[in-house]
Design a protein around this ligand. Structure first.
Ligand code: ME8
Length: 527
Protein backbone atom coordinates (compact mmCIF):
# COMPACT_ATOMS: atom_id res chain seq x y z
CA UNK A 1 0.00 0.00 0.00
CA UNK A 2 1.25 3.50 -0.89
CA UNK A 3 2.25 5.80 1.97
CA UNK A 4 0.26 8.71 0.59
CA UNK A 5 -3.40 8.06 1.42
CA UNK A 6 -6.54 10.04 0.79
CA UNK A 7 -9.84 9.10 2.41
CA UNK A 8 -12.98 10.90 1.23
CA UNK A 9 -16.61 10.18 2.11
CA UNK A 10 -20.13 11.24 1.18
CA UNK A 11 -23.05 11.12 3.59
CA UNK A 12 -24.75 7.74 3.58
CA UNK A 13 -28.18 8.56 2.19
CA UNK A 14 -31.52 7.38 3.56
CA UNK A 15 -33.10 4.75 1.34
CA UNK A 16 -36.50 6.22 2.16
CA UNK A 17 -36.96 7.45 -1.41
CA UNK A 18 -35.08 7.44 -4.67
CA UNK A 19 -32.19 9.87 -4.87
CA UNK A 20 -32.44 13.25 -6.57
CA UNK A 21 -30.05 15.72 -8.12
CA UNK A 22 -29.00 17.05 -4.67
CA UNK A 23 -27.61 13.65 -3.69
CA UNK A 24 -25.93 13.35 -7.09
CA UNK A 25 -24.31 16.74 -6.47
CA UNK A 26 -22.53 15.62 -3.29
CA UNK A 27 -21.55 12.25 -4.69
CA UNK A 28 -20.18 13.54 -7.99
CA UNK A 29 -18.12 16.08 -6.04
CA UNK A 30 -16.63 13.40 -3.79
CA UNK A 31 -16.05 11.11 -6.77
CA UNK A 32 -14.23 13.87 -8.64
CA UNK A 33 -11.96 14.53 -5.69
CA UNK A 34 -11.21 10.82 -5.33
CA UNK A 35 -10.41 10.52 -9.05
CA UNK A 36 -8.20 13.58 -8.83
CA UNK A 37 -6.20 12.23 -5.87
CA UNK A 38 -5.95 8.86 -7.59
CA UNK A 39 -4.30 10.61 -10.55
CA UNK A 40 -1.87 12.16 -8.11
CA UNK A 41 -0.82 8.69 -6.98
CA UNK A 42 -2.57 8.72 -3.63
CA UNK A 43 -3.85 5.44 -2.29
CA UNK A 44 -7.43 6.68 -2.33
CA UNK A 45 -10.38 5.39 -0.36
CA UNK A 46 -13.75 6.70 -1.47
CA UNK A 47 -16.71 5.65 0.64
CA UNK A 48 -20.43 6.07 0.10
CA UNK A 49 -23.42 4.04 1.22
CA UNK A 50 -26.88 3.95 2.73
CA UNK A 51 -28.26 4.79 6.16
CA UNK A 52 -30.92 2.16 6.57
CA UNK A 53 -32.19 2.15 10.15
CA UNK A 54 -34.52 4.43 12.08
CA UNK A 55 -38.09 5.43 12.55
CA UNK A 56 -38.37 7.24 9.23
CA UNK A 57 -37.44 4.13 7.21
CA UNK A 58 -39.62 1.91 9.38
CA UNK A 59 -42.62 4.16 8.70
CA UNK A 60 -41.94 4.48 4.97
CA UNK A 61 -41.69 0.71 4.63
CA UNK A 62 -44.90 0.19 6.52
CA UNK A 63 -46.70 2.77 4.32
CA UNK A 64 -45.53 0.76 1.31
CA UNK A 65 -46.78 -2.44 2.94
CA UNK A 66 -43.27 -3.89 3.06
CA UNK A 67 -40.84 -5.15 5.65
CA UNK A 68 -38.08 -2.55 6.25
CA UNK A 69 -35.36 -4.93 5.01
CA UNK A 70 -37.21 -5.64 1.79
CA UNK A 71 -38.03 -1.96 1.30
CA UNK A 72 -34.43 -0.76 1.68
CA UNK A 73 -33.03 -3.52 -0.53
CA UNK A 74 -35.10 -2.28 -3.44
CA UNK A 75 -34.14 1.35 -2.97
CA UNK A 76 -30.46 0.69 -2.34
CA UNK A 77 -30.36 -1.11 -5.70
CA UNK A 78 -31.50 2.15 -7.33
CA UNK A 79 -28.70 4.06 -5.53
CA UNK A 80 -26.07 1.73 -6.91
CA UNK A 81 -27.62 1.90 -10.33
CA UNK A 82 -27.53 5.69 -10.32
CA UNK A 83 -23.89 5.79 -9.21
CA UNK A 84 -23.01 3.43 -12.02
CA UNK A 85 -24.76 5.59 -14.57
CA UNK A 86 -23.05 8.70 -13.22
CA UNK A 87 -19.62 7.06 -13.47
CA UNK A 88 -19.19 7.22 -9.70
CA UNK A 89 -16.40 4.87 -8.79
CA UNK A 90 -16.56 4.26 -5.03
CA UNK A 91 -14.19 1.84 -3.32
CA UNK A 92 -16.77 0.59 -0.88
CA UNK A 93 -20.52 0.94 -0.46
CA UNK A 94 -21.49 0.59 3.17
CA UNK A 95 -24.97 -0.45 4.22
CA UNK A 96 -25.71 0.07 7.90
CA UNK A 97 -27.72 -3.15 7.95
CA UNK A 98 -24.53 -5.05 7.16
CA UNK A 99 -23.85 -7.34 10.19
CA UNK A 100 -20.16 -6.30 10.31
CA UNK A 101 -21.16 -2.68 10.69
CA UNK A 102 -23.86 -3.50 13.25
CA UNK A 103 -21.34 -5.39 15.38
CA UNK A 104 -18.84 -2.51 15.35
CA UNK A 105 -21.55 0.01 16.29
CA UNK A 106 -22.52 -2.14 19.27
CA UNK A 107 -18.90 -2.34 20.33
CA UNK A 108 -18.50 1.43 20.02
CA UNK A 109 -21.60 1.95 22.14
CA UNK A 110 -20.30 -0.49 24.75
CA UNK A 111 -16.84 1.08 24.88
CA UNK A 112 -18.27 4.54 25.48
CA UNK A 113 -20.75 3.18 28.03
CA UNK A 114 -17.99 1.40 29.92
CA UNK A 115 -15.95 4.58 29.92
CA UNK A 116 -18.85 6.28 31.69
CA UNK A 117 -19.73 8.66 28.82
CA UNK A 118 -23.07 6.99 28.14
CA UNK A 119 -25.59 6.74 30.98
CA UNK A 120 -29.24 5.80 31.38
CA UNK A 121 -31.93 8.44 31.89
CA UNK A 122 -35.29 9.56 30.59
CA UNK A 123 -35.83 11.63 27.46
CA UNK A 124 -38.63 14.14 27.35
CA UNK A 125 -38.67 16.39 24.37
CA UNK A 126 -39.39 16.80 20.70
CA UNK A 127 -38.33 14.68 17.75
CA UNK A 128 -38.30 15.33 14.01
CA UNK A 129 -38.66 11.96 12.30
CA UNK A 130 -37.78 13.09 8.72
CA UNK A 131 -34.48 14.51 10.05
CA UNK A 132 -34.17 11.96 12.88
CA UNK A 133 -33.28 14.84 15.21
CA UNK A 134 -34.01 15.59 18.87
CA UNK A 135 -35.01 19.15 19.71
CA UNK A 136 -35.32 20.87 23.06
CA UNK A 137 -38.11 23.29 23.91
CA UNK A 138 -35.54 26.10 23.92
CA UNK A 139 -34.28 25.24 20.42
CA UNK A 140 -37.83 25.21 19.03
CA UNK A 141 -38.46 28.73 20.36
CA UNK A 142 -42.14 28.07 20.96
CA UNK A 143 -42.83 26.61 17.49
CA UNK A 144 -43.82 22.97 17.09
CA UNK A 145 -41.94 22.55 13.83
CA UNK A 146 -38.41 21.35 13.11
CA UNK A 147 -36.00 24.32 12.83
CA UNK A 148 -34.13 22.45 10.07
CA UNK A 149 -36.86 21.18 7.76
CA UNK A 150 -39.99 23.02 8.92
CA UNK A 151 -42.05 19.86 9.37
CA UNK A 152 -44.03 19.10 12.57
CA UNK A 153 -42.11 17.61 15.48
CA UNK A 154 -43.49 14.88 17.76
CA UNK A 155 -43.41 14.75 21.55
CA UNK A 156 -41.27 11.86 22.79
CA UNK A 157 -41.16 10.63 26.35
CA UNK A 158 -39.16 7.48 26.91
CA UNK A 159 -36.34 5.87 28.81
CA UNK A 160 -33.11 6.52 26.97
CA UNK A 161 -29.36 6.27 27.11
CA UNK A 162 -27.56 9.61 26.99
CA UNK A 163 -24.18 10.49 25.57
CA UNK A 164 -22.19 13.13 27.47
CA UNK A 165 -21.75 15.73 24.74
CA UNK A 166 -21.50 18.46 27.37
CA UNK A 167 -18.35 16.93 28.85
CA UNK A 168 -16.48 17.39 25.55
CA UNK A 169 -17.78 20.81 24.49
CA UNK A 170 -14.71 22.79 25.57
CA UNK A 171 -12.29 20.34 24.01
CA UNK A 172 -14.23 20.44 20.76
CA UNK A 173 -14.30 24.24 20.69
CA UNK A 174 -10.58 24.35 21.28
CA UNK A 175 -10.01 21.92 18.40
CA UNK A 176 -12.20 23.92 16.04
CA UNK A 177 -10.48 27.17 16.93
CA UNK A 178 -7.01 25.69 16.62
CA UNK A 179 -7.73 24.05 13.25
CA UNK A 180 -9.40 26.55 10.94
CA UNK A 181 -9.40 23.98 8.11
CA UNK A 182 -11.47 21.50 10.17
CA UNK A 183 -14.84 23.03 9.27
CA UNK A 184 -15.23 24.52 5.81
CA UNK A 185 -16.40 26.82 4.36
CA UNK A 186 -15.51 29.57 6.80
CA UNK A 187 -19.06 30.96 7.18
CA UNK A 188 -20.34 27.58 8.34
CA UNK A 189 -17.44 27.23 10.77
CA UNK A 190 -18.61 30.37 12.55
CA UNK A 191 -22.17 29.01 12.72
CA UNK A 192 -20.92 25.83 14.35
CA UNK A 193 -18.81 27.75 16.87
CA UNK A 194 -21.86 29.81 17.84
CA UNK A 195 -23.95 26.68 18.19
CA UNK A 196 -21.45 25.05 20.54
CA UNK A 197 -20.92 28.23 22.52
CA UNK A 198 -24.64 28.47 23.16
CA UNK A 199 -24.30 25.23 25.16
CA UNK A 200 -24.37 21.51 24.37
CA UNK A 201 -26.83 19.22 26.10
CA UNK A 202 -26.26 15.49 26.48
CA UNK A 203 -27.68 13.60 23.54
CA UNK A 204 -30.23 10.82 23.67
CA UNK A 205 -28.60 7.90 21.83
CA UNK A 206 -31.23 5.19 22.11
CA UNK A 207 -34.95 4.75 21.39
CA UNK A 208 -37.50 2.30 22.74
CA UNK A 209 -40.68 2.96 20.77
CA UNK A 210 -39.77 1.16 17.54
CA UNK A 211 -37.57 -1.77 16.56
CA UNK A 212 -35.83 -0.96 13.25
CA UNK A 213 -32.34 -0.31 14.56
CA UNK A 214 -29.27 -1.92 16.08
CA UNK A 215 -30.05 -3.24 19.58
CA UNK A 216 -28.22 -1.55 22.45
CA UNK A 217 -25.72 -4.25 23.43
CA UNK A 218 -26.39 -3.96 27.16
CA UNK A 219 -30.16 -3.49 26.96
CA UNK A 220 -32.42 -5.27 24.48
CA UNK A 221 -35.34 -2.90 24.98
CA UNK A 222 -33.44 -0.12 23.23
CA UNK A 223 -32.22 0.43 19.70
CA UNK A 224 -29.26 2.71 19.02
CA UNK A 225 -30.10 6.22 17.77
CA UNK A 226 -29.82 6.23 14.00
CA UNK A 227 -27.28 9.07 13.82
CA UNK A 228 -24.96 7.31 16.28
CA UNK A 229 -25.23 4.23 14.08
CA UNK A 230 -24.82 6.17 10.80
CA UNK A 231 -21.84 8.34 11.74
CA UNK A 232 -19.92 5.25 12.85
CA UNK A 233 -19.95 4.06 9.24
CA UNK A 234 -16.92 6.23 8.50
CA UNK A 235 -14.76 4.02 10.72
CA UNK A 236 -16.57 0.69 10.58
CA UNK A 237 -16.16 0.69 6.78
CA UNK A 238 -12.37 0.88 6.97
CA UNK A 239 -11.82 -1.78 9.58
CA UNK A 240 -12.23 -0.12 12.97
CA UNK A 241 -12.12 -2.92 15.57
CA UNK A 242 -11.81 -5.51 12.83
CA UNK A 243 -8.75 -4.69 10.71
CA UNK A 244 -6.29 -2.45 12.55
CA UNK A 245 -3.83 -2.27 9.70
CA UNK A 246 -6.39 -1.00 7.23
CA UNK A 247 -7.95 1.32 9.77
CA UNK A 248 -4.65 2.92 10.72
CA UNK A 249 -3.73 3.22 7.06
CA UNK A 250 -6.75 5.35 6.14
CA UNK A 251 -7.87 7.04 9.34
CA UNK A 252 -8.21 9.98 9.96
CA UNK A 253 -10.35 10.82 6.96
CA UNK A 254 -9.07 13.64 4.78
CA UNK A 255 -12.51 15.04 4.16
CA UNK A 256 -16.13 14.25 4.90
CA UNK A 257 -18.19 15.98 2.21
CA UNK A 258 -21.73 16.68 3.41
CA UNK A 259 -24.58 19.10 2.76
CA UNK A 260 -24.99 22.04 5.11
CA UNK A 261 -28.13 20.40 6.55
CA UNK A 262 -26.09 17.77 8.36
CA UNK A 263 -22.94 19.70 9.15
CA UNK A 264 -23.91 19.93 12.82
CA UNK A 265 -23.99 16.14 13.18
CA UNK A 266 -20.58 15.88 11.55
CA UNK A 267 -18.85 18.65 13.45
CA UNK A 268 -20.34 18.12 16.91
CA UNK A 269 -21.70 14.62 17.52
CA UNK A 270 -19.19 12.81 15.30
CA UNK A 271 -16.01 14.43 16.68
CA UNK A 272 -17.26 13.85 20.22
CA UNK A 273 -17.86 10.15 19.51
CA UNK A 274 -14.28 10.02 18.22
CA UNK A 275 -12.94 11.86 21.28
CA UNK A 276 -14.76 9.43 23.54
CA UNK A 277 -13.07 6.61 21.63
CA UNK A 278 -9.68 8.35 21.84
CA UNK A 279 -9.43 8.50 18.06
CA UNK A 280 -8.09 11.37 15.95
CA UNK A 281 -10.65 13.65 14.31
CA UNK A 282 -11.17 13.88 10.54
CA UNK A 283 -8.96 16.53 8.93
CA UNK A 284 -11.84 18.36 7.30
CA UNK A 285 -15.63 18.44 7.14
CA UNK A 286 -16.91 20.41 4.17
CA UNK A 287 -20.56 21.51 4.30
CA UNK A 288 -21.57 22.42 0.76
CA UNK A 289 -24.55 24.55 -0.19
CA UNK A 290 -28.02 23.64 -1.21
CA UNK A 291 -29.13 22.94 -4.75
CA UNK A 292 -32.53 24.58 -5.16
CA UNK A 293 -34.93 24.57 -8.07
CA UNK A 294 -36.55 27.59 -9.66
CA UNK A 295 -39.62 26.82 -7.54
CA UNK A 296 -37.64 26.57 -4.29
CA UNK A 297 -36.56 23.57 -2.26
CA UNK A 298 -37.13 20.23 -3.93
CA UNK A 299 -40.01 18.29 -2.43
CA UNK A 300 -42.33 15.52 -3.49
CA UNK A 301 -45.42 17.51 -2.59
CA UNK A 302 -44.32 20.41 -4.82
CA UNK A 303 -43.56 17.96 -7.62
CA UNK A 304 -40.27 19.73 -8.37
CA UNK A 305 -37.84 16.93 -7.58
CA UNK A 306 -35.17 16.72 -10.28
CA UNK A 307 -34.43 13.11 -11.23
CA UNK A 308 -30.81 12.63 -12.31
CA UNK A 309 -31.74 9.51 -14.28
CA UNK A 310 -34.04 11.54 -16.50
CA UNK A 311 -31.28 14.11 -17.07
CA UNK A 312 -28.80 11.39 -18.02
CA UNK A 313 -31.37 9.96 -20.46
CA UNK A 314 -31.82 13.36 -22.07
CA UNK A 315 -28.29 14.78 -22.03
CA UNK A 316 -25.80 12.01 -21.19
CA UNK A 317 -23.65 11.62 -18.12
CA UNK A 318 -20.85 14.13 -18.67
CA UNK A 319 -23.02 17.19 -19.30
CA UNK A 320 -24.69 16.51 -15.93
CA UNK A 321 -21.41 16.03 -14.11
CA UNK A 322 -19.99 19.11 -15.78
CA UNK A 323 -22.99 21.24 -14.93
CA UNK A 324 -23.07 20.13 -11.27
CA UNK A 325 -19.40 20.90 -10.76
CA UNK A 326 -19.17 24.04 -12.90
CA UNK A 327 -22.36 25.96 -12.32
CA UNK A 328 -22.41 26.55 -8.56
CA UNK A 329 -19.53 27.53 -6.29
CA UNK A 330 -19.21 24.57 -3.94
CA UNK A 331 -20.16 25.86 -0.51
CA UNK A 332 -22.80 28.27 -1.77
CA UNK A 333 -26.44 27.62 -2.62
CA UNK A 334 -27.38 27.44 -6.28
CA UNK A 335 -30.41 26.98 -8.45
CA UNK A 336 -30.76 24.05 -10.80
CA UNK A 337 -32.22 24.99 -14.19
CA UNK A 338 -32.42 22.89 -17.34
CA UNK A 339 -32.03 26.03 -19.41
CA UNK A 340 -28.72 26.83 -17.70
CA UNK A 341 -27.62 23.22 -18.23
CA UNK A 342 -28.31 23.44 -21.97
CA UNK A 343 -26.50 26.77 -22.18
CA UNK A 344 -23.43 25.21 -20.52
CA UNK A 345 -23.52 22.29 -22.94
CA UNK A 346 -23.72 24.64 -25.90
CA UNK A 347 -21.11 27.16 -24.88
CA UNK A 348 -18.54 25.06 -23.02
CA UNK A 349 -18.84 21.51 -24.32
CA UNK A 350 -20.07 22.01 -27.88
CA UNK A 351 -18.45 25.32 -28.67
CA UNK A 352 -15.16 25.63 -26.77
CA UNK A 353 -14.16 21.99 -26.37
CA UNK A 354 -16.03 20.35 -29.24
CA UNK A 355 -14.78 22.89 -31.75
CA UNK A 356 -11.17 22.66 -30.64
CA UNK A 357 -11.21 18.91 -31.15
CA UNK A 358 -13.12 19.02 -34.40
CA UNK A 359 -11.03 21.78 -35.95
CA UNK A 360 -7.76 20.13 -34.97
CA UNK A 361 -8.60 16.62 -36.13
CA UNK A 362 -10.10 17.94 -39.36
CA UNK A 363 -6.88 19.83 -40.16
CA UNK A 364 -4.62 16.83 -39.42
CA UNK A 365 -6.89 14.80 -41.65
CA UNK A 366 -6.86 17.33 -44.43
CA UNK A 367 -3.23 18.47 -44.43
CA UNK A 368 -1.41 15.28 -43.31
CA UNK A 369 -3.75 12.48 -44.38
CA UNK A 370 -4.63 11.99 -40.75
CA UNK A 371 -1.07 11.22 -39.61
CA UNK A 372 0.03 13.25 -36.58
CA UNK A 373 3.06 15.23 -37.82
CA UNK A 374 6.49 15.65 -36.23
CA UNK A 375 6.99 18.90 -34.34
CA UNK A 376 9.81 21.14 -35.59
CA UNK A 377 11.40 24.37 -34.40
CA UNK A 378 9.64 25.96 -31.47
CA UNK A 379 8.42 29.57 -31.58
CA UNK A 380 7.39 31.94 -28.80
CA UNK A 381 3.71 31.29 -29.38
CA UNK A 382 4.29 27.54 -28.90
CA UNK A 383 6.17 28.14 -25.65
CA UNK A 384 3.31 30.27 -24.43
CA UNK A 385 0.85 27.46 -25.05
CA UNK A 386 3.02 24.94 -23.18
CA UNK A 387 3.49 27.29 -20.25
CA UNK A 388 -0.22 27.90 -20.15
CA UNK A 389 -0.78 24.15 -19.82
CA UNK A 390 1.64 23.97 -16.87
CA UNK A 391 0.06 26.97 -15.22
CA UNK A 392 -3.40 25.38 -15.65
CA UNK A 393 -2.27 22.13 -14.05
CA UNK A 394 -1.04 24.06 -11.00
CA UNK A 395 -4.19 26.14 -10.80
CA UNK A 396 -6.40 23.05 -10.87
CA UNK A 397 -4.26 21.45 -8.20
CA UNK A 398 -4.67 24.46 -5.89
CA UNK A 399 -8.39 24.74 -6.50
CA UNK A 400 -9.02 21.06 -5.87
CA UNK A 401 -7.19 21.24 -2.56
CA UNK A 402 -9.83 23.73 -1.50
CA UNK A 403 -12.73 21.88 -3.14
CA UNK A 404 -13.21 24.74 -5.59
CA UNK A 405 -14.50 22.63 -8.44
CA UNK A 406 -16.00 25.50 -10.40
CA UNK A 407 -12.73 27.45 -10.24
CA UNK A 408 -10.75 24.37 -11.32
CA UNK A 409 -13.01 23.93 -14.34
CA UNK A 410 -12.79 27.60 -15.14
CA UNK A 411 -8.99 27.29 -15.30
CA UNK A 412 -9.30 24.22 -17.51
CA UNK A 413 -11.64 26.04 -19.88
CA UNK A 414 -9.29 29.00 -20.01
CA UNK A 415 -6.71 26.62 -21.39
CA UNK A 416 -9.21 25.22 -23.89
CA UNK A 417 -9.97 28.77 -25.04
CA UNK A 418 -6.26 29.55 -25.10
CA UNK A 419 -5.76 26.58 -27.42
CA UNK A 420 -8.51 27.81 -29.72
CA UNK A 421 -6.78 31.17 -29.74
CA UNK A 422 -3.54 29.42 -30.70
CA UNK A 423 -5.28 28.25 -33.89
CA UNK A 424 -6.27 31.82 -34.68
CA UNK A 425 -2.74 33.08 -33.92
CA UNK A 426 -0.94 30.48 -36.01
CA UNK A 427 -3.46 30.39 -38.92
CA UNK A 428 -2.79 26.82 -40.14
CA UNK A 429 -5.03 27.32 -43.20
CA UNK A 430 -2.65 30.04 -44.42
CA UNK A 431 0.46 27.93 -43.64
CA UNK A 432 -1.09 25.11 -45.68
CA UNK A 433 -1.07 27.20 -48.84
CA UNK A 434 2.73 27.21 -48.91
CA UNK A 435 4.77 23.97 -49.22
CA UNK A 436 7.74 25.74 -47.49
CA UNK A 437 5.66 26.17 -44.41
CA UNK A 438 4.75 22.50 -44.08
CA UNK A 439 7.18 22.07 -41.16
CA UNK A 440 5.66 24.95 -39.31
CA UNK A 441 2.17 23.60 -40.02
CA UNK A 442 3.26 20.23 -38.63
CA UNK A 443 4.54 21.85 -35.44
CA UNK A 444 1.30 23.75 -34.93
CA UNK A 445 -0.89 20.71 -35.45
CA UNK A 446 1.31 18.51 -33.26
CA UNK A 447 1.02 21.09 -30.47
CA UNK A 448 -2.74 21.17 -30.82
CA UNK A 449 -2.96 17.39 -30.57
CA UNK A 450 -0.73 17.52 -27.46
CA UNK A 451 -2.91 20.26 -25.98
CA UNK A 452 -5.91 17.99 -26.55
CA UNK A 453 -4.19 15.01 -24.92
CA UNK A 454 -3.43 17.14 -21.87
CA UNK A 455 -6.95 18.58 -21.81
CA UNK A 456 -8.43 15.07 -21.96
CA UNK A 457 -6.17 14.05 -19.07
CA UNK A 458 -7.11 17.08 -17.01
CA UNK A 459 -10.78 16.29 -17.60
CA UNK A 460 -10.48 12.77 -16.20
CA UNK A 461 -11.44 13.54 -12.59
CA UNK A 462 -14.45 15.59 -13.69
CA UNK A 463 -15.91 13.76 -16.67
CA UNK A 464 -16.07 10.06 -17.39
CA UNK A 465 -16.73 9.70 -21.13
CA UNK A 466 -15.41 12.87 -22.75
CA UNK A 467 -11.69 12.21 -22.08
CA UNK A 468 -11.98 8.95 -24.03
CA UNK A 469 -14.11 10.46 -26.78
CA UNK A 470 -11.23 12.88 -27.30
CA UNK A 471 -8.80 9.99 -26.92
CA UNK A 472 -10.49 8.04 -29.71
CA UNK A 473 -10.31 10.91 -32.17
CA UNK A 474 -6.70 11.83 -31.52
CA UNK A 475 -5.84 8.13 -31.22
CA UNK A 476 -4.34 8.49 -27.75
CA UNK A 477 -6.89 6.64 -25.66
CA UNK A 478 -4.15 4.44 -24.17
CA UNK A 479 -2.13 7.46 -22.99
CA UNK A 480 -5.21 9.15 -21.59
CA UNK A 481 -6.38 6.06 -19.76
CA UNK A 482 -3.14 5.62 -17.90
CA UNK A 483 -2.29 9.31 -17.48
CA UNK A 484 -1.25 10.43 -14.03
CA UNK A 485 -1.28 14.12 -13.16
CA UNK A 486 2.49 14.34 -13.62
CA UNK A 487 2.24 12.80 -17.11
CA UNK A 488 0.23 15.83 -18.07
CA UNK A 489 3.18 18.05 -17.23
CA UNK A 490 5.25 16.42 -19.96
CA UNK A 491 4.72 18.08 -23.28
CA UNK A 492 5.67 15.74 -26.12
CA UNK A 493 4.63 12.44 -24.58
CA UNK A 494 2.54 11.55 -27.60
CA UNK A 495 4.69 10.23 -30.43
CA UNK A 496 4.00 11.51 -33.94
CA UNK A 497 2.91 9.05 -36.61
CA UNK A 498 -0.33 7.92 -35.02
CA UNK A 499 -3.35 8.30 -37.25
CA UNK A 500 -6.23 10.44 -36.00
CA UNK A 501 -9.78 9.16 -36.39
CA UNK A 502 -11.93 12.05 -37.42
CA UNK A 503 -15.39 11.66 -35.93
CA UNK A 504 -18.58 13.63 -35.50
CA UNK A 505 -18.60 16.67 -33.21
CA UNK A 506 -18.62 15.20 -29.67
CA UNK A 507 -21.30 17.59 -28.39
CA UNK A 508 -23.80 18.77 -30.96
CA UNK A 509 -25.53 22.02 -30.01
CA UNK A 510 -28.93 21.65 -28.43
CA UNK A 511 -31.73 23.94 -29.50
CA UNK A 512 -33.28 25.13 -26.22
CA UNK A 513 -36.69 25.93 -27.66
CA UNK A 514 -36.90 22.67 -29.51
CA UNK A 515 -35.94 20.75 -26.37
CA UNK A 516 -38.70 22.31 -24.28
CA UNK A 517 -41.22 21.88 -27.06
CA UNK A 518 -40.38 18.17 -27.26
CA UNK A 519 -40.58 17.91 -23.47
CA UNK A 520 -44.04 19.51 -23.42
CA UNK A 521 -45.28 17.28 -26.22
CA UNK A 522 -44.06 14.18 -24.39
CA UNK A 523 -45.67 15.31 -21.15
CA UNK A 524 -48.95 15.95 -22.94
CA UNK A 525 -48.81 12.47 -24.43
CA UNK A 526 -48.25 10.93 -21.02
CA UNK A 527 -51.20 12.72 -19.39
O1 ME8 B 1 -29.06 13.13 6.00
N1 ME8 B 1 -28.82 20.15 -2.44
O2 ME8 B 1 -29.35 11.44 4.46
P1 ME8 B 1 -30.18 12.16 3.30
C1 ME8 B 1 -27.60 19.67 -2.15
N2 ME8 B 1 -28.73 9.65 6.25
N3 ME8 B 1 -27.38 18.52 -1.52
C2 ME8 B 1 -28.44 17.80 -1.15
C3 ME8 B 1 -29.76 18.23 -1.43
C4 ME8 B 1 -29.92 19.47 -2.11
N4 ME8 B 1 -31.10 19.96 -2.43
N5 ME8 B 1 -30.61 17.30 -0.95
C5 ME8 B 1 -29.85 16.31 -0.41
C6 ME8 B 1 -29.00 11.96 5.67
N6 ME8 B 1 -28.54 16.60 -0.53
C7 ME8 B 1 -28.31 10.95 6.57
C8 ME8 B 1 -26.81 11.13 6.43
S1 ME8 B 1 -24.29 10.54 7.14
C9 ME8 B 1 -23.56 9.74 8.40
C10 ME8 B 1 -26.02 10.27 7.37
C11 ME8 B 1 -27.41 15.77 -0.11
O3 ME8 B 1 -30.59 11.06 2.40
C12 ME8 B 1 -26.51 16.50 0.88
O4 ME8 B 1 -25.25 15.91 0.85
O5 ME8 B 1 -31.20 13.05 3.87
C13 ME8 B 1 -27.20 16.21 2.18
O6 ME8 B 1 -26.35 16.43 3.29
C14 ME8 B 1 -27.56 14.76 2.01
O7 ME8 B 1 -27.92 14.66 0.62
C15 ME8 B 1 -28.70 14.29 2.90
O8 ME8 B 1 -29.06 12.99 2.53
Amino acid sequence: MSEKTFYVTTPIYYPSDRLHIGHAYTTVAADTLAKFKEMQDYDTMFLTGSDEHGQKIERKASEAGKKPGEYVDEIVATFKDLWKRLGVDYDYFIRTTNPDHEKVVQEIFKKIYEKGDIYKGKYEGWYCTPCETFWTERQLEGEKVCPDCGRPVEWVEEESYFFKLSKYADRLLEHIKKHPEFIQPESRRKEMINFIESGLEDLSVSRTTFDWGIPVPIDDDHVIYVWFDALSNYISAIGYLSDDKKFNHYWPADVHIVGKDILRFHTIIWPIILMALDLPLPKKVFGHGWLLTETGKMSKSKGNVVDPNKLIDDFGVDPIRYYLLREVAFGQDGTYSTEALIKRINSDLANDLGNLLHRTVTMVDKYFDGVIPEPGVEKEVDKDLKNYALKTLDEIDNSMDNLKYAVALESLWNFIRRSNKYIDQTTPWILARDEDKKDRLGTVLYNLIEALRIIAGMLKPFLVETPYMIGEQINARDLIEKASWSDLKQWGLLSPGRKVKKGKPIYPRIDIEEYFERLNNNENKET
